[in-house]
Design a protein around this ligand. Structure first.
Ligand code: FDA
Length: 428
């Protein structure tokens, strides 16, 4: 006979463990399933092994992307970063702020995993792992509550109504039944760490719209031929301001840029990749907001430098040399600043401050930190993360179309969405 639970949480990652512990504490019989041999692989590898577990600014809705980032407000208010930080403190986990509000463990991500695992154990959560979930269906069997509608397979409005509960079909543990299911299966990033499309399949099966998933927080790539001269700069890093001018409302990021053999990376590019759309250019200020024209004019008055020397004093030397080899500037690169008109200097500065380049693609889900897109938020209740199509079905964490900036925002979303679902599950 199939095992029965009050709630089955699919995916023992950040959102799933947080949710299961909350639901278990409420006295529910909760099963937590995961197919990956090692627990919470994404937490383990996060933050270079030190887990950037939240950000002091993670309560700010403007730090999230998606069709409707405001959807996240309710969960982030219910479980703001301070509450998670307090929990980390109570467990005696030492941490530090690294950069722009990013909080990292002092020693290892394992501490966060152990905290969440202990929380689940203390809440009486039943672990089922490794167990691969293959599908979730409305429960139409004799053990269902008999109110199941939409018997047909496949997506559609009818398939969504599942008032009789759910059957979770697994490879190793057969069929499991529950009145509520929480889908916490994460996104498509890094299949080598256990990512699958199961959550998106479950969403579609219950008639949910899925916002086209795409890799985010990911390096951008360029046409190999066009990139050839820049490939020689691989390893060069510098602070920049980067924008995605083709995406209205996209933020500008002041972060470091890194040249690679295939394109651009570093925090600046990872951040903007969430907002960049294929075919659009990036706009990069290589002077990171500095008034370069004024600096060059100042250098002209104060020194006997050549243009090449003056630019090399402001940018990494190899980048300056490559830039000035461009046909627009080659003729004046070796001239003394004093021989160059202020307008010409201003033109050099303007070009450096608005470098437009069009990436051809991204390094894909293989290298992305997260998936942008996912289960559309308009058919989820922000107070419970519950499906409006299939009562009892909840979606939490990265599988939902809410994508945080780089810097601890995605974990905060995982904890917060897991928290509200864990509080609400089984109540409908
Ligand atoms: P998560 O991916 O954590 O968990 C999903 C779980 O579902 C997995 O355990 C998986 O095995 C399981 N699963 C999938 N399919 C299944 C199936 N068919 N059957 C059973 N189980 C299944 N974020 C941040 O805020 N700070 C950081 O420092 C980092 N660093 C970072 C580094 C790297 C390299 C990556 C790839 C990502 C990050 N992130 C990050 C992002 C962060 O890891 C991510 O957003 C969260 O882990 C998402 O939490 P979820 O619980 O939604 O998914």
């Amino acid at each position: 006979m199939a095992q029965r639970f009050d709630a089955i949480v699919i995916g023992a990652g950040a959102a799933g463990m947080y949710c299961a512990a909350q639901a278990g504490r409420r006295g529910l019989r909760v099963a937590l399933l995961d197919h990956w041999p090692r627990l919470a692989e994404k937490i383990r590898i996060s933050g270079g092994g030190r887990c950037n577990f939240t950000n002091l600014d993670a309560g700010r809705i403007d730090r999230f992307a998606g069709e409707n980032p405001a959807f996240a407000r309710n969960a982030l208010r219910a479980l703001p970063p301070e509450r998670f930080i307090e929990q980390v403190r109570r467990r005696g986990i030492a941490f530090h702020e690294k950069h722009k509000g990013q909080l990292f463990c002092d020693d290892s991500s394992e501490r966060i995993i152990a905290m969440l695992r202990d929380d689940c154990d203390e809440a009486g959560v039943r672990w089922l792992r490794p167990v691969t979930v293959e599908a979730v269906d409305p429960d139409e069997g004799p053990q269902g509550r008999g109110e199941t509608a939409g018997a047909g397979a496949g997506a559609g409005a009818d398939a969504g109504a599942a008032r009789g509960g759910f059957v979770v079909r697994t490879r190793e543990a057969g069929e499991l039944r529950a009145g509520a299911v929480v889908v916490a299966t994460g996104g498509l990033a890094i299949p080598k760490a256990g990512a699958t499309d199961l959550g998106l399949r479950i969403a579609r099966r219950f008639g949910h719209r899925v916002v086209e998933p795409r890799p985010a927080l990911v390096p951008l790539t360029f046409d190999p031929q066009a990139w050839k001269p820049y490939a020689e700069l691989a390893g060069v890093a510098l602070p920049v301001t980067v924008r995605a001018p083709g995406t209205p409302g996209a933020p500008a990021f002041d972060e470091d840029l890194l040249f690679t053999h295939r394109g651009l990376s570093g925090p600046a590019v990872l951040q903007i990749s969430t907002f960049w759309r294929r075919g659009d250019p990036l706009a990069i200020d290589l002077a990171a907001g500095e008034d370069l024209a004024a600096r060059l004019v100042e250098a002209k008055r104060a020194t006997r430098q050549q243009l090449s020397g003056a630019v090399a004093a402001l940018l990494p030397r190899r980048l300056a040399a490559l830039w000035l080899a461009d046909e627009r500037f080659a003729a004046i690169a070796a001239r003394r600043l004093a021989e160059i008109g202020d307008r010409e200097l201003a033109a050099v500065a303007a070009a450096l401050r608005d470098w437009r380049i069009v990436p051809t693609g991204t390094e894909g889900f293989r290298k992305a930190e997260v998936m942008a897109g996912g289960v559309a938020t308009d058919e989820l209740d922000p107070r419970s993360m519950q499906s409006r199509r299939a009562p009892g079905l909840h979606f939490v964490g990265e599988v939902v179309d809410v994508t945080g900036w780089l810097g601890g925002y995605n974990f905060q979303w995982a904890w917060a969405s897991g928290f509200v679902a864990g509080q609400a599950v089984g109540r409908s």
